[in-house]
Design a protein around this ligand. Structure first.
Ligand SMILES: Cc1cc2nc3c(=O)[nH]c(=O)nc-3n(C[C@H](O)[C@H](O)[C@H](O)COP(=O)(O)OP(=O)(O)OC[C@H]3O[C@@H](n4cnc5c(N)ncnc54)[C@H](O)[C@@H]3O)c2cc1C
Ligand code: SF4
Length: 447
């Protein structure tokens, strides 16, 4: 039976967001493609965690072979459609394009990739088919990019595949977390549907492993396992008032705005705590909601412990946030959430260059909503029942190919790399599938 891809709420808050990098027209794509130098030993390929043959697909676009271009991309990265929109290309392929060295604008690889892969999704081109049944079965935990990439490659090898997902949607953070001006939930789900159209990927939703389905049961059912658990809940600040209404995790808030309408009617001042990419995303998303007059938003302020030069978020993303009207308080340490039942302000103290509080510098930033973007929990503790799987600081330890210390158990994506990008998860899922296939071919048996 064909797995059902869940529907989205047309009234969800993200529906008002516009596309930050709209799709190229045929003419624009051709002009951009023809600027490529088709470099030998191309640095853009080396910068891509899924090794897409970028000059090859660009050449195909230049000659009008869009179908061939899409095949080249999706052969290396089956999530090439979402990656075209969500990859931080400025620090990956585009950042390494040789044109940068000549002071010429770099090739817009992401936009060209989007041109080709969107065409594939629209037309329903399916380049891959499931392999002949091998009689082997793999259980994958989590339905995010890592597991989807692994599942698709495993089906091409002919292995039976079942994905166990604790939530009621598919696509992981691509559906629930990525900023809507890059990728909306419906576009993510369309990609999932395309991936599932290879056939034979069974989805078991609303099942949390190992609480509702134990590792022992999973190992009994399957010949190998892939762990694509991602990261856990938003981390919290342990300061007075932390339980007040209006104090929320940033990832939790973003998941809500991507799934349903949000009520910001009582929110004039929003504050985001943190200086990483999730913090910048949350700031930019609130600024869009303010511009679209969703609720009563008047100001959006980021509060960060460090300096602008020391923030971990991407420089290009922060530059957009500033242009869009973000306010900021640098070197500010939250010390309390103020308010009776609901938060009304964030009390902070200034930090010196060594991040030590400076006496007598306390101040309050007005806030009816505070989003905490200070990290997410690591889920390594969940694998405690799998003897031999090592965990370091909450992250699952594997070899290069994704093998854990327990024969037949592999891992990829955020739960293994500690939290990187969709393209890393896609690459690690793909490579783990290759390793699982090699494990079966070598007659691999679990310990
Ligand atoms: C707010 C935000 C914005 C981001 N923006 C970008 C971006 O613009 N570009 C980019 O490249 N990357 C971005 N990322 C990072 C990117 O989303 C992740 O690197 C990527 O989704 C990791 O894929 P994954 O499959 O490892 O994990 P996830 O996408 O997190 O998927 C894991 C899946 O496993 C499920 N799961 C977890 N525990 C269990 C369990 N016990 N049992 C069953 N199922 C379980 C989860 O419900 C989830 O569906 C962003 C991340 C965040 C938080
Ligand atoms: S580095 Fe730039 S010019 Fe060279 S192949 Fe890659 S995209 Fe084309």
């Amino acid at each position: 039976m064909k797995p059902q891809v869940p529907a989205v709420d047309p009234k969800r808050a993200e529906a008002v967001f516009e596309d930050a990098k709209p799709r190229y027209t045929v003419q624009q794509a051709k002009v951009e493609a023809n600027r490529c130098l088709y470099c030998h030993d191309a640095p853009c390929i080396k910068a891509c965690p899924t090794d897409i043959n970028i000059p090859e697909f660009i050449r195909k676009i230049g000659t009008g072979n869009v179908q061939g271009a899409a095949r080249t991309i999706l052969e290396s990265n089956v999530l090439g459609t979402s990656c075209a929109r969500v990859c931080p290309v400025e620090v990956l392929c585009v950042g390494d394009c040789v044109h940068n060295l000549q002071g010429v604008p770099p090739i817009q690889i992401g936009k060209l990739q989007r041109f080709a892969t969107d065409a594939a999704m629209d037309a329903g081109w399916q380049f891959f088919e499931a392999g002949k049944d091998t009689g082997k079965s793999v259980g994958l935990v989590g339905a995010g990019p890592a597991s989807l990439a692994a599942a698709h490659r495993l089906r091409r090898f002919g292995h039976k595949v079942t994905i166990y997902e604790k939530g009621n949607t598919l696509g992981g953070l691509n559906t629930t977390g990525v900023a809507p001006y890059k990728l909306k939930a419906d576009a993510s789900l369309a990609e999932v549907e395309w991936i599932l159209s290879i056939g034979g990927i069974e989805i078991v939703s609303n099942v949390e492993v190992p609480t509702q389905l134990s590792w022992a049961e999973l190992e009994k059912k399957h010949d190998a396992l892939f762990l694509g658990l991602g990261l856990g809940a938003d981390s919290w600040l342990d300061v007075p008032g932390k339980q007040l209404a209006g104090v929320r995790g940033a990832v939790d808030f973003i998941a809500e705005l991507k799934a349903k309408p949000v009520d910001l009617s009582a929110v004039k001042h929003a504050v985001v705590v943190g200086g990483g990419n999730t913090a910048i995303d949350a700031v930019r998303e609130l600024l869009v909601l303010k511009a679209k007059k969703v609720g009563a938003l008047e100001s959006v302020t980021m509060v960060y412990r460090g300096t602008e030069a020391g923030m971990s978020g991407y420089v290009h993303e922060w530059a957009y946030a500033k242009e869009e009207g973000a306010q900021v308080s640098w070197q500010a340490q939250p010390i309390a959430f103020e308010g009776k039942d609901r938060v009304t302000g964030l009390r902070c103290t200034r930090l010196d260059a060594a991040k030590k509080p400076i006496a007598g510098t306390d101040f309050t930033v007005p806030a009816d909503l505070v989003l905490l973007a200070v990290g997410q929990a690591k889920l390594g503790a969940l694998v405690a029942g799998l003897a031999g799987v090592k965990v370091d600081k909450g992250v699952i330890v594997t070899d290069e190919a994704g093998a854990t210390g327990r024969p037949g158990v592999y891992a990829g994506g955020d739960c293994r790399n500690g939290g990187k990008e969709v393209v890393n998860a896609a690459g690690e899922g793909r490579d783990a599938a290759e390793a699982i296939d090699a494990f079966f071919k070598a007659g691999g048996r679990r310990g």
